[in-house]
Design a protein around this ligand. Structure first.
Ligand code: CUA
Length: 316
C-alpha cells in the first residue's frame, strides 16, 4: 500500500526509475571496486613504476569518477521534468482537492470549478485514475508534508500559504499516504488512505448525498431509527468539534465524520475502524495518539460509548 518502488502514479514511476538506475549504477561500481581489491590483494607484490601509478590514480581516481558521476547526474537532471511533470503548470480546469494538515490528521475538501467546497472528509482521499488532480496543500498549525509514496508528492503543507501539487494515479487501488515532515508527538500517526478509482465512480460518490442521519426532532414525525448514538453525540458536546452532514453537528475543529463508516481507519490511519477500537479511541484518545487535541471521554458509561461508536460506524 505504501511503496515508492511499486508505483501507481506518474510521479512515483519517475522516482522509481531513477532509484533503480542509481542502484544499478552504484552496484556495478561497487562490484568493480571489490573486484579490484580482491585482485590487488592476491597479486604478487611487484613494484609499479611511478608512471604506471600516476596513470592508475589519474584514470581510476579522477577520470572514472568524473565521467560516471557526471553521467548519473545528467540522467537525474534529465529525468527531473518527468518527476514533477506539471510543476508550475496550468491547473485550470483540473479537479481540485484541498488538503489541510492538522495536528495530527488531514482535512480533505473536494472543490468545484469555482473553488466552492462540494464535500468535506478527513484522512481519506479519493482520486480518479488517469486524470490529473490539483492538490492545494495547506496547514493550520505547523508544517506538515503530503506524501503518497505509491503515487507521488512529498510536498510541504505550510501555514499561511497554499502549495499546489498535480498528481495522476495510473492504477486503481487503495494506497497509503503519510505525513513526511515531523510535526509533533504523533507525527508518525498521521496517515491517510487514498482510493484511486475510475472518474465516473468518484463523481457518483461526490454527488451522492450521505445516508440521512436520523436526528430526533422534537415534535417531528417519529423517525424509523431514533439513533440514540446521535443524541448522545450531541448531548456530550462532540458536535462542538465534529460535523456530520444532515445533523446539527457542524463543528469544524476536528475531522468531519460524515460517512465515517466508509473509512477504513480511525485516528488518521492509526487503528482499523472497528467498534472496539472506536470505543477505545473515544474513551482515551491520547493513549492511542499522544498529544491529540481530542479530549478523553472516559467519564461516559460504557453503553453510551458503545452507542456513539455504533452510530458513527453506521454513517455511510
Ligand atoms: Cu503532520 Cu508530520
Amino acid at each position: 500500500m505504501q511503496s515508492a518502488l511499486d508505483p501507481a502514479g506518474s510521479e512515483a514511476s519517475a522516482v522509481a526509475t531513477l532509484f533503480w538506475v542509481m542502484v544499478v549504477g552504484g552496484g556495478v561500481i561497487w562490484l568493480g571496486v571489490i573486484g579490484l581489491m580482491i585482485y590487488a590483494s592476491r597479486k604478487s607484490r611487484s613494484l609499479m613504476g611511478e608512471a604506471g601509478a600516476s596513470k592508475v590514480i589519474f584514470f581510476g581516481g579522477v577520470a572514472f569518477p568524473v565521467v560516471v558521476l557526471a553521467g548519473l547526474l545528467s540522467y537525474a537532471v534529465w529525468l527531473m521534468p518527468a518527476m514533477r511533470p506539471w510543476f508550475g503548470g496550468e491547473g485550470e480546469g483540473l479537479r481540485r482537492i484541498e488538503v489541510t494538515g492538522e495536528q495530527f490528521w488531514w482535512r480533505v475538501r473536494y472543490l468545484d470549478a469555482s473553488g466552492k467546497v462540494i464535500r468535506e472528509s478527513a484522512n481519506e482521499v479519493r482520486m480518479p485514475v488517469g486524470e490529473r488532480v490539483l492538490f492545494r496543500l495547506k496547514a493550520s498549525d505547523v508544517i506538515h508534508s503530503f506524501w503518497i509514496p505509491s503515487i507521488g508528492g512529498k510536498m510541504d503543507a505550510i501555514p499561511g500559504r497554499i502549495n499546489e501539487l498535480q498528481l495522476m494515479a495510473t492504477k486503481p487501488g487503495s494506497y497509503r499516504g503519510v505525513c513526511a515532515e515531523f510535526c509533533g508527538t504523533s507525527h508518525a500517526l498521521m496517515a491517510f488512505t487514498v482510493q484511486a478509482m475510475p472518474a465516473a465512480e468518484l463523481d457518483t460518490w461526490l454527488a451522492a448525498a450521505p445516508a440521512p442521519a436520523v436526528s430526533p426532532t422534537p415534535g417531528g414525525p417519529a423517525p424509523a431509527d431514533p439513533a440514540p448514538g446521535l443524541a448522545l453525540f450531541l448531548r456530550h458536546g462532540c458536535a462542538a468539534c465534529h460535523a456530520i452532514d444532515g445533523t446539527e453537528a457542524e463543528g469544524r475543529i476536528g475531522p468531519d465524520l460524515t460517512r465515517f463508516g466508509q473509512r477504513p481507519t480511525i485516528g488518521a490511519g492509526t487503528l482499523p475502524n472497528t467498534q472496539e477500537n472506536l470505543v477505545r479511541f473515544i474513551r482515551a484518545p491520547d493513549q492511542i495518539k499522544p498529544n491529540v487535541r481530542m479530549p478523553a471521554y472516559g467519564m461516559l458509561p460504557e453503553d453510551e460509548l458503545a452507542a456513539i461508536a455504533e452510530y458513527l460506524r453506521g454513517l455511510e
